[in-house]
Design a binder for this molecule. Structure first.
Ligand code: SAM
Length: 231
């Protein structure tokens, strides 16, 4: 796969000037004038392009006809997750992107300790772009939130099938292999877990509790297990 660069401007065949961090990334890479790269905006399309000129500030590319190339998962999966701390949030976002999750909703629950502001959510979106460049995804995973648990429970844009991962669950304790297929939303709680009231509210709203085995998994492990099985 040719090296990939994300652009925010409209992409049409012809000459394009790339500026900012992506131009810098290209200019410090091993890519030379005359070589091919791939450009994408995150809307499902990709555009082969040839490097025409590399300067200190920008890069000129000759863009050819775009093609719609889906590398999405077979089913729409929405991950509702209370973020883990620090680098583990970056790891989570990168891996959910690689696994083809359509949307990450950052959860605010009673025991949530990571409360991301707008700047943090923007940073998470940057991780989505970097992971999409690496894994070849042309559609960006959207990152939304933080959303309070009560709102997430009744969020109308979620797929109808909804799972809440909870360690004390006896039903489905055989693990995720028994899961049905199709579009799904799943929720993973914070380090302190969901409260009993939160689990009960989820059940009342039609969410299915699911156990992931006898060991307590970290937030990112639980989310990735579910994303891998549901996608
Ligand atoms: N002591 C907390 C509890 O009992 O819920 C542990 C929380 S765990 C570190 C963080 C989240 O990962 C949980 O809220 C749950 O959503 C998910 N999780 C971790 N291990 C799990 C398991 N074995 N089964 C189902 N969900 C699990």
């Amino acid at each position: 796969m040719a090296d990939r660069f994300h652009v925010t401007s409209e992409l049409t065949p012809g000459l394009l000037t790339l500026r900012g961090p992506e131009a810098h990334h290209l200019s410090v890479s091993r890519i030379r004038v005359g070589e091919s790269v791939t450009l994408f905006r995150g809307d499902g399309w990709e555009y082969p392009a040839t490097v025409v000129e590399i300067s200190r500030r920008d890069v000129t590319l000759d863009v050819t006809e775009g093609r719609l190339h889906s590398r999405e998962a077979a089913h729409r999966v929405v991950a509702c997750v209370a973020l883990p701390k620090g680098d583990r949030a970056q790891f989570l976002v990168e891996k959910l992107t690689e696994l083809g999750v359509a949307e990450l909703i950052v959860l605010e629950t009673v025991r949530t300790v990571v409360h991301p502001g707008e700047a943090k959510v923007e940073k998470l979106q940057r991780y989505v772009i970097e992971a999409s460049k690496q894994c070849g995804r042309n559609t960006l995973m959207s990152v939304r939130g933080p959303l309070r648990w009560e709102q997430a429970l009744v969020e109308p844009t979620l797929p109808e099938s909804r799972l809440i991962a909870h360690p004390d669950t006896i039903a489905h304790s055989g693990g995720p292999t028994s899961l049905p297929s199709g579009a799904f939303a799943f929720a993973v709680g914070p380090e302190g877990g969901f409260t009993d009231a939160e689990v009960q509210a989820a059940q009342a709203a039609g969410w299915l509790p699911i156990g992931l085995g006898p060991r307590i998994l970290r937030i990112e492990t639980a989310a990735l297990v579910l994303a891998a099985h549901l996608g």
